[in-house]
Design a binder for this molecule. Structure first.
Ligand code: ZN
Length: 488
């Protein structure tokens, strides 16, 4: 039986029992980066947050189709419908092809993600690779009557839509408030209302990234790619859509409106948003001089940093806060996180080397239940980590001879720390190597050994077992199959 998982849904502003449409399958879409610059902290938080969620769903036994897009076209400078394309601008400044910019920063983003031990999504679609899908989607919205064409550009008609469906359900904004807070249209504007947003933009003559469409040579509006690609890979309604809170409005609000306009259905069951980060209490921004890239964190080469930080410390620091809380980066806080992480890994090491000494005075099953309880409460990683730190106290008492432990408790604790630290929190230490790779290698060896035994090739199956034992790895056979662990 699967555990009851509760998630906070931005749409209902409430904690809800997680019930995917067709369990055990889960469709999850997360807005990925716009690839026009080096990866920074603003990229790390959503990536680690949704990696945690992905890993925990997998751990619970769900089969997750995880889509995280790469925005390589259509994201204009001011996040609205004017200004230069962010990637095209960088390409112009550096005198390279826009796709060279997109490729370079996609590569660099993936390297950053690997360093942070963020698992690759199952599908990583590019906006530029899904132009026909986006054009087809715009056509559906036009047919439904919720968009209009002006001089080769197509705009979503927010007022018309709002007459039939409430606009603003995700962000809680009301259209009359939005109308007074947004600037008045100047006579030059093609839009009927300043709330309307572009579904397709006609390219100006100097605009390089352009495609043919029924309306003009142009490019899709930024909000369109996620709707078109989410629908293509996850269907017209899917379970989870995630991203940073900064995307809530207008991006995700527009995604809902586009989908409801085209299909009449709400596209997403659970909207999940991570909160933002600050640096020394300030928003991060190029103009503020506190814009720090991930590579600068990893190398320590930035005037605001007193040292280099291991990617695992950054990851651990992010996990130490609940994803819906704000998170302030300071050198002091990162150093404290580094110490905490070191203590955890030392505990795991101690656990590896302990042997049973007597009756256990600790309830490992309770620790495990508490950690899952925290994770099932909207992925509360800081509370789960606090429980793991509590468990360390007992482990250290056993090490110091102040408490005793039996074999069963020892095995159970090893499993708990391995599962939570490595599998769910994705934390690796140099000593432990990359547990995902190790798990995969072990799975292969276990399968080889089982095949050998089936074929009565006991020489081979014994050899695999003995050589692993010599390397400190013990295999255990039971009715449920074969498991492995490091020798105590
Ligand atoms: Zn998006």
């Amino acid at each position: 039986m699967m555990r009851s998982l509760y998630v906070y849904n931005t749409l209902s502003r409430d904690r809800e029992l997680f019930e995917p449409e067709t369990p055990p399958f889960v469709g999850m879409y997360v807005c990925g980066p716009t690839v026009y610059g080096e990866g920074h902290l603003g990229h790390a938080r959503p990536a680690v947050t949704f990696d945690l969620i992905y890993r925990y769903l997998l751990h619970l036994g769900y089969r997750v189709r995880y889509v995280r897009n790469i925005t390589d076209v259509g994201h204009l400078e001011n996040d609205a419908d004017e200004g230069e394309d962010k990637i095209a601008k960088k390409a112009r400044l550096e005198q390279v092809e826009p796709m060279e910019v997109a490729q370079r920063y996609t590569n660099s983003y993936r390297e950053n993600m690997r360093a942070l031990n963020v698992l690759s999504p199952g599908i990583e679609p590019l906006a530029s690779g899904h132009i026909p899908e986006q054009i087809a989607y715009v056509e559906r919205i036009l047919e439904a009557g919720y968009a209009y064409v002006v001089d080769g550009s197509v705009y979503f008609d927010v007022e018309k839509y709002n007459a039939d469906h409430p606009y603003g359900i995700l962000s809680g904004r009301r259209i009359d408030e939005l109308q007074t807070s947004t600037r008045q249209l100047d006579g030059q504007d093609e839009k009927r209302s300043s709330l309307d947003f572009a579904l397709w933009k006609k390219a100006s003559p100097e605009h390089i990234m352009r495609w043919k469409s029924p309306w003009s040579d142009g490019f899709p509006g930024w909000h369109m790619e996620c709707t078109a690609m989410g629908t293509k890979y996850l269907g017209e309604t899917f379970d989870i859509h995630g991203g940073g809170m900064d995307l809530l409005f207008p991006h995700h609000e527009a995604e809902i409106a586009q989908a409801v306009a085209a299909t009449g259905k709400k596209p997403v069951k659970y909207w999940l948003h991570n909160n933002m980060i600050t640096i020394n209490g300030q928003k991060m921004g190029k103009s503020l001089g506190n814009f720090i890239t991930l590579n600068e964190f990893f190398s320590g080469e930035h005037k605001s940093l007193t040292q280099a930080y291991d990617p695992m410390v950054i990851r651990f620091f992010i996990l130490q806060a609940h994803y819906r809380s704000t998170l302030d980066f300071t050198n002091e806080a990162l150093q404290a996180a580094g110490k905490g992480l070191k203590r955890l890994f030392e505990g795991v090491n101690t656990l590896k080397n302990l042997s049973h000494t007597g009756k256990a005075s600790f309830d490992a099953a309770q620790l495990e239940a508490q950690c899952h309880q925290a994770m099932c409460d909207d992925f509360n990683s800081p509370v789960a980590l606090a429980h793991l730190f509590d468990g360390l106290r007992y482990i250290n008492q056993v090490k110091d001879g102040k408490a005793t432990i039996d074999q069963h408790t020892l095995d159970h604790l090893r499993t708990i720390y391995n599962t939570f630290l490595h599998e769910i929190f994705g934390l690796t230490s140099e000593e432990s190597g990359n547990p995902d790779v190790l798990n995969r290698v072990m799975e292969t060896l276990i399968n080889l050994r089982n095949d050998a035994r089936k074929n009565k090739d006991f020489a081979t199956s014994d050899k695999i077992r003995d050589e692993l034992a010599a390397a400190g790895i013990v295999m255990k056979d039971s009715k449920e199959g074969t498991t492995w662990q490091f020798e105590g």
